[in-house]
Write a protein that binds this ligand. Sequence first.
Ligand code: FPP
Length: 223
Amino acid sequence: MHVAIIMDGNGRWAKKRGLPRIEGHRRGAEKVEKVVEWASDLGIDYLTLYAFSTENWRRPWEEVNFLFKLFVEFMKKKVQRMKKEGVRIRIMGRREGLPDEVLDVWNWVEEETKDGRKITVVIALNYGGRAEILDAVRRIVKDGRKIESEEDFREYLYIPDLPDPDLVIRTSGEMRISNFLLWQIAYSELVFLDKYWPDFEKEDLEKALEDFSRRERRFGGIR
Ligand code: FPP
């Protein structure tokens, strides 16, 4: 089971409380730690979290900076504990443009947690679905590779061995995909939750899984 989450609404969560936006992100990061724990407890094999999109560079640099700082600190503080719990962490996105410190942490956490077998947590960072497809096409052209099937194309995605998400959850009430995993979500079930990310609770995840289990997936066929 692969669950992917668009963690939206940190800014609005903070605004509602008269706090700076970065405070919302800080609370959002705390929720990341929780959701990894819950997902692992619930037997989810893959959890993908949208942490920073290729479009997020349009935000004020202080906020962009803060998000990278949060990512670095989070990894430095939490990785050893997650490793003990059997978490494997992988980062997915475009490396170009990211600060060196972020790239160093990227390499380090992937190496450090590569033997984790309980759950794989994928952090989408400087990630865009279109960018991923474009990067794949560029590499295909460079390799002079002939692509005969979807499987051939898949080899060029950022993480080729990542199964497609079964379920995508978006918080904050927005009903958009916002350039998340475009290739991979072709047949994913979608759940939109009217709650800001810092307010996301274990029950919300359980409820989304329950919703999912009641849906009938036909993958274009008939029953
Ligand atoms: C969307 O809320 C959230 C983000 C763009 C950043 C998500 C990042 C985190 C939850 C924390 C950092 C991640 C890790 C792995 C430590 P928004 O700012 O777009 O909210 P708004 O739509 O209300 O403005």
